[in-house]
Write a protein that binds this ligand. Structure first.
Ligand SMILES: [Zn+2]
Length: 277
């Protein structure tokens, strides 16, 4: 991507996750703060974190939005649902704003600058407070990047109730918030090797189904859990090798530290018609 919109000094990228918010203004350092559950307080925090008037703002958001930038579903930010996020940010920041799901932004970042460069059929999975997935199909400038509900694919034999209302979602086996509720303690504090081995196998099932459904050649895995658990990769690769026979799928950790934040900037150069929210 080398469009003009993302290159200006006044460009701001924002990643609003279910737990943390990151703001990168121009070439300055990334500002981080806990995401406010209260929507209006979050708008005020963002205003305070951004110096001056930006030329353009790209936003990665931890939930589904409409093409107009209204929040449709945000499992971990329920107070944001139904709010016109793009329009509110435009009036708060006095700048043009683009918004997309954080999985889509992670995908755009990894494709433009990371491990998915040059791949025409690829996906991105984020393992964080929730589980998100997006895919990108197409070559050169002709492509579509679409958010998916692969994080809520149904897993046979799984009777856990998900925050979305369904029973058996993959998110109940992989998402930080859902596992924290199930285990009665924060996922970051769990060191049991057996737990993480089972986690890797559930992840392999989810990635295999996601890749096979869309015929993906490569999947990058990002998010805080992927970044902090280096031990996930050997059992994940082993489980994927058992599952996938004829369809070779390259699965690897996202190479960008903060792919959604990078992707929020890339988003500014992508035609709106190439993004399916
Ligand atoms: Zn669900």
């Amino acid at each position: 991507m080398s469009g003009a919109a993302s290159q200006g000094r006044g460009v701001v990228a924002i990643d609003v996750g279910g737990t943390r918010t990151r703001v990168a203004a121009g070439d300055g350092p990334v500002v981080r703060f806990p995401t406010e559950q209260d929507y209006d307080r979050q708008l005020a925090r963002l205003r305070d974190a951004i110096p001056g008037t930006p030329s353009a703002v790209g936003v990665s958001f931890g939930g589904r939005v409409t093409a107009a930038g209204d929040v449709r579903v945000a499992m971990n930010l329920r107070g944001y649902e139904g709010r016109p996020l793009r329009r509110d940010l435009e009036s708060t920041l006095d700048a043009p704003v683009r918004v997309a799901h954080d999985a889509t932004c992670g995908l755009l970042g990894e494709h433009a600058l990371g491990s998915l460069r040059g791949t025409d059929r690829c996906g991105y999975v984020t393992l964080s407070t929730g589980v998100g997935a997006a895919l990108r199909l197409g070559a050169g400038g002709h492509f579509v990047a679409a958010t998916t509900e692969a994080g809520h694919q149904l897993v046979a034999g799984n009777d856990r109730r998900c925050g979305c209302g369904q029973t058996g979602c993959l998110e109940t086996l992989l998402g930080g918030a859902a596992l924290g509720r199930h285990l009665g303690r924060a996922l970051e504090t769990v060191e049991d090797a057996g737990f993480w081995h089972a986690y890797a196998r559930h992840l392999a099932d989810g990635i295999a189904n996601f890749a096979l459904t869309a015929g993906l050649d490569a999947v990058a895995v990002g998010g805080a859990i992927a970044a902090q658990r280096a031990g996930l990769w050997p059992p994940l690769r082993e489980a994927l090798a058992e599952r996938l026979t004829y369809q070779a799928v390259r699965v690897h950790r996202a190479t960008l530290d903060e792919a959604p934040l990078a992707g929020a900037r890339v988003l500014l150069d992508v035609p709106p018609s190439s993004i399916l929210h």
